[in-house]
Ligand binder design. Structure first.
Ligand code: BEZ
Length: 177
């Protein structure tokens, strides 16, 4: 991916807490667009194959959360974790990990991931279409740095993880600062 690629314009369907909603589940739908997430900000986006999966839940997402303040020191305004999962799943995942800092983006339809060129089949795991692992430094919607795991492919037998790890991304940002 070149340095001038823009993230696609997509509308994400999120679920947000709203205590004015009656009943035991006080959440409502809220549409958020790519502009809401990316316009006028320098952010770190990372994307992974699925909520609650082992590497994502044990290492990648919690480590980004732990290193959030270090990323802030490098001029990052926000960190987004995107997955081809719906808003209910993403919210449950964030709650289970007690996330406070990293924001979750539900790409339930896979539209953003497809338009980023990162949609892969994971039918070998019964997952359907999901995101290849990557991270990107995105400045006002423009991809400035790209961190893609090797071996982009459908039904990959392995789960390469390293290039898009928070440790590697942070080290790279520090080196180019
Ligand atoms: C993992 O995060 O460990 C994982 C991701 C996708 C499929 C299987 C495992």
């Amino acid at each position: 991916m070149t340095g001038q690629k823009k993230v696609p314009f997509v509308t994400f369907l999120t679920r947000v807490r709203d205590d004015s909603v009656p009943g035991p589940n006080p959440y409502r739908w809220e549409e958020r667009t790519s502009d809401d997430y990316f316009a006028g900000k320098r952010v770190l986006l990372f994307s992974l194959p699925g909520a609650f999966t082992p590497t994502c839940s044990t290492y990648q997402l919690p480590n980004f959360e732990d290193l959030y303040d270090e990323f802030k020191k490098e001029g990052i305004d926000a960190i987004y974790c995107l997955s081809v999962n719906d808003a209910f799943v993403m919210n449950a995942w964030g709650k289970s990990l007690e996330l406070q800092k990293v924001e979750l983006i539900p790409d339930g339809s896979g539209e953003f991931t497809r338009k980023m060129g990162m949609l892969v089949a994971k039918d070998n795991l019964g997952f359907g279409m999901r995101s290849w692992r990557y991270a990107a430094l995105v400045n006002n919607g423009v991809v400035e740095q790209w961190f893609e795991e090797e071996g982009f492919s459908d039904n990959c037998e392995t789960d390469p993880y390293g290039v898009s790890s928070p440790q590697n991304v942070l080290q790279t940002l520090r080196a180019v600062a």
